[in-house]
Design a protein around this ligand. Structure first.
Ligand code: GLU
Length: 447
């Protein structure tokens, strides 16, 4: 990369982030970090009715939780004066023109064009209005909306993900940039910001491919060189349907409450639909190293919550004590490194460690299945100190004394000492539980 890239993630604060839209944040962030560039968080909050400060804060919380810190934060609501200047310059250059048609009139034109077998492209009737026509329409109480005058012909760009692209702008309607109530649609503020913040690459979902030709023309009309563009396929559910309907249930907030690991979300979203293997990562660094838009396939990437859960569990199984211990402390389940290393392989979520901490600490009600075996086990119980070899020595001695082996030997011990059918390796568990509680539980006492 010639110079350090500057990229942006531009959510509207009209909801929380979900797996679909956070993918854009992640891919931009990874790209910036990979190439030593900058990541701008831009809040597209021009829609003052639907945008809220709570969502703006929520989006920032979600990004921080994933580990995606931004280098610069911008809010479009603070930049209206700048958009107005851009508007005025476009009007002066004859690239932005006032239109007075009502929605009903436009609908009528569209229907007529379709009936005549013509494409429903705006006919630019407003360009033919005289000064007097405009004065009359304004006197009728009409306020104009404003369209950007496209130049005819092909717009081409080399898409980072899709390769060579072109859009014939002659087949497009001149896009409305400003509504009749004076509010800006997304296009003009977005392009002005991309110019002012020196964005080098616009990386976003495929749903924006159709906007790109217009935006490239707008960059040029505003005297700027267009940035590079990259459009990645959108995520779908297992049936191939869009994810937006399920956005609520797939919000980061919801997934976080379910105990899903942020690194599992990042690992899955970075590599889904690419040629790179999806595997647990202990940090974002390996994802930064492997990010390459050339590895992103053209087909929609299928997202599965089950796949995410499974990856999250595998992420927990590999989580170091250093990474886990603060969260264990917050759960009241920090019993030290040996405890974590013993239980982590049996957890679906870090929060599940609390169950095993409670079992180690007691009191629990043991399940007594084979009284004579437990008596023999009591007789053979070694004195402390105990270590990871104690279990083997102890159960070997019980086996010799009782003639039992396999499940008949191990299952009653596990039931008595943990009250559970299954769980972490007993070799790790008994030193944590300690001799006094082991003795009591072998007797069937609550301890
Ligand atoms: N606010 C726009 C969106 O969320 C940004 C699109 C873009 O990246 O240009 O769709």
């Amino acid at each position: 990369m010639a110079s350090a890239p500057v990229v942006r993630f531009a959510p509207s604060p009209t909801g929380r982030l979900h797996v679909g839209n956070v993918r854009a944040a992640l891919l931009n962030w990874l790209f910036a970090r990979r190439h030593g560039g900058a990541f701008v968080l831009r809040l597209d909050d021009t829609d003052r009715e639907r945008s809220t400060e709570a969502f703006a804060q929520g989006i920032q919380d979600d990004l921080r939780w994933l580990g995606l810190e931004w280098d610069r934060l911008e809010r479009q609501s603070a930049r209206f004066a700048r958009y107005d200047r851009a508007r005025d310059s476009l009007i002066a250059a004859g690239r932005l023109y006032a239109c007075y048609e009502t929605p009903q009139e436009l609908e009528f034109k569209r229907k007529r064009q379709m009936a005549q077998g013509r494409p429903p492209v705006y006919d630019r009737a407003a360009l033919k209005l005289s000064e007097a026509d405009r004065a009359r329409l304004q006197a009728e109480g009409r306020t104009p909306h404003w369209r950007f005058k496209l130049e005819p012909g092909d717009v081409r760009w080399a898409d980072l993900v899709r390769g060579a692209q072109h859009i014939d702008e002659s087949s497009q309607s001149d896009p409305v940039l400003i509504r009749a109530d004076g509010t800006y649609l997304y296009t003009l503020p977005s392009v002005v910001d991309d110019i002012d913040f020196a964005i080098t690459h616009v990386i976003r979902g495929e749903d924006h491919v159709t906007n790109t030709g217009t935006q490239i023309q707008l960059f040029t009309a505003l005297g700027a060189t267009p940035p590079g563009f990259g459009h990645f396929p959108l995520l779908t559910d297992a049936q191939g349907a869009g994810l937006s309907k399920r956005a609520g249930s797939l919000s980061l907030l919801e997934l976080r409450e379910q105990g899903i690991e942020p690194l599992a979300i990042a690992g899955l979203l970075a590599r889904l639909g690419t040629s790179d293997a999806i595997e647990p990562v202990g940090a974002l660094a390996p994802l930064i190293e492997s990010i390459d838009f050339g590895h992103v396939g053209r087909a929609a990437a299928r997202f599965s919550l089950d796949e995410l859960r499974a990856l999250s569990a595998r992420t927990v199984h590999a989580l170091s004590y250093a990474a886990a211990h603060e969260r264990l402390a917050a759960l009241g389940a920090d019993l030290g490194e040996a405890f974590w290393m013993t239980v982590r392989g049996n957890l679906a979520t870090v929060a599940d460690a609390a169950t095993w901490a409670a079992i180690v600490r007691g009191p629990i009600a043991p399940t007594v299945e084979d009284v004579s075996l437990l008596r023999a086990a009591t007789d053979a119980l070694p004195t402390e100190p105990w270590d990871s070899g104690t279990w083997k020595a102890w159960t070997t001695a019980i086996g010799v004394a009782t003639g039992k082996k396999g499940r008949a030997l191990f299952h009653p011990l596990r039931l008595a000492l943990t009250g559970r059918e299954q769980g972490p390796e007993m070799a790790g568990m008994i030193p944590l539980i300690g001799r006094a509680k082991v003795l009591a539980r072998l007797r069937g006492d609550v301890a």
